[in-house]
Write a protein that binds this ligand. Structure first.
Ligand code: CTP
Length: 407
């Protein structure tokens, strides 16, 4: 898209000028705006009226138009544009540009500009292949001017070969690419982020397990957010019903013990976020065979033992501790007190607290409302989608890491 982008289109005198009308429409369709300059020769092929009508603004054509110069000078005309496109670019204007000539509004504007310039050459095949034209085009290329086309094909004059102006679709694609921002350095580039997500399944026997209602959505959203910021993401996931996000390494696990082992195996990491709803308990001696009801049995006992606390283990590592360790506190009452106590008990750097009492609808839903708790402050964020929480949180953690938060 070319939203809010302004193109200055310079139309020179070639039969391909009719395709420039198509180009104006295409730029506008992409959300851009177009100002136009026609050379004297261009006016032999298209009229200023049709150009102005399609562009929705006056078409400029004369350097010495007193009114135009007081309204908008050639310098302003070029400065207001994000990109100048010469299409079609004849052998004549290419030669003038290569030599820095300025004898009309088009060439003067091109010489006065500090904006990127693109040309779409169009001419007879022999003119294109002429050593002078090739020398001029090479000069423009070396001067940093973008050259689109020409295409090969049958010419208006009946000859065949290179010289046809590139199609408007190809020119518009080149314009969009030229105006796309180069990716700024991503804040988590080169960082490793480990995330646990989803529930764990603790086996009772080969067909039964203890589980919980976690959907894994918040953890997966965090993984997507971290990847967007350039991190290498390792997502250790309990059993969930979610698509595997592209570009993210997913390590599927079932139990808390497996989750801890995988987490340790992935060290060192820069940030570790423990978003999994890990079962606190596992069955002490889970059965290898399916448990059968015994005759006359009307109750059964299962002994549960505590699972390892993954967050706490990782936060209290003596070596290889991740620089930032983040936990979640899903509470149904006394949210902030419980969450603050968890921060201390587990030894992590941040707790994301959320109220998962039934009436909030957060458990398993798409939205979340969280409080960010660190050693020295509590920040309450409004209710938003789990992806929005994830994006904001990853930005926050990237900033903490960038500022060298040491623990
Ligand atoms: N967590 C973990 N390993 C566990 C239990 C919890 O890594 N065995 C992590 C969770 O991923 C979460 C945080 O610890 O980031 C808090 O989990 P929560 O279940 O709310 O806390 P618990 O320590 O289990 O405390 P309680 O059940 O008493 O509220």
């Amino acid at each position: 898209m070319l939203n809010d982008k302004r193109i200055l289109l310079i139309i020179t005198g070639g039969i391909a000028a009719y395709k420039s009308l198509e180009l104006i429409r295409a730029i506008k369709k992409q959300g851009g705006s177009v100002s136009t300059i026609l050379t004297k020769a261009a006016k032999q092929f298209v009229t200023p009226l049709s150009v102005a009508t399609l562009a929705g603004e006056k078409a400029f054509d004369d350097l010495f138009d007193l009114n135009d110069e007081t309204e908008i000078g050639h310098i302003e005309l070029s400065r207001a544009a994000d990109l100048i496109v010469v299409a079609p670019a004849t052998a004549d204007i290419i030669a003038k540009m290569a030599n820095g000539m300025a004898d009309d509004l088009a060439t003067t504007t091109l010489l006065a500009t500090d904006k990127p310039v693109m040309i779409a050459p169009a001419m007879n095949v022999r003119m294109w292949e002429h050593v002078a034209t090739q020398r001029n085009v090479l000069q423009l290329h070396n001067d940093g001017i973008m050259v689109v086309g020409p295409d090969e094909g049958e010419m208006a004059c009946g000859e065949y070969g290179p010289g046809r102006m590139a199609e408007p679709e190809a020119i518009i694609a080149a314009i969009i690419e030229a105006l796309s921002p180069v990716d700024a350095e991503k804040p988590l580039q080169g960082k490793r982020v480990l995330i646990t997500a989803g529930p764990t399944h603790e086996p009772i026997d080969p067909v039964r397990y203890i589980a919980n209602r976690s959907s894994g959505r918040q953890g997966y959203a965090l993984a997507i957010a971290a990847e967007r910021l350039g991190a290498k993401v390792i997502l250790i996931s309990g059993p969930v019903n979610l698509d595997i996000p592209p570009g993210i390494e997913v390590l599927p696990v079932e139990t808390a013990s497996e989750m801890l082992q995988y987490a340790k195996d992935e060290l060192p990491v820069d940030i570790a976020i423990f978003a999994a709803a890990v079962a606190d308990w596992k069955v002490k001696n889970s059965a290898d065979e399916k448990l059968k009801k015994q005759k006359g049995q009307d109750s059964m006992q299962m002994q549960l033992v505590q699972n390892p606390d993954i967050l706490q283990t990782m936060a209290k590592l003596k070596t290889n501790r991740p620089q930032l360790v983040v936990g979640f506190a899903a509470e149904t009452e006394n949210l902030l007190e419980n969450a603050k106590a968890k921060l201390l008990k587990k030894g992590c750097d941040m707790i994301i607290a959320n109220d998962v009492s039934h009436e909030t609808g957060i458990m398993g839903g798409n939205d979340n409302q969280v409080h960010i708790i660190t050693a020295d402050k509590v920040e309450s964020w409004p209710k938003m989608s789990k992806q929005a929480v994830a994006d904001r949180l990853m930005e926050y953690l990237a900033a903490m890491l960038g500022h060298g938060v040491n623990i």
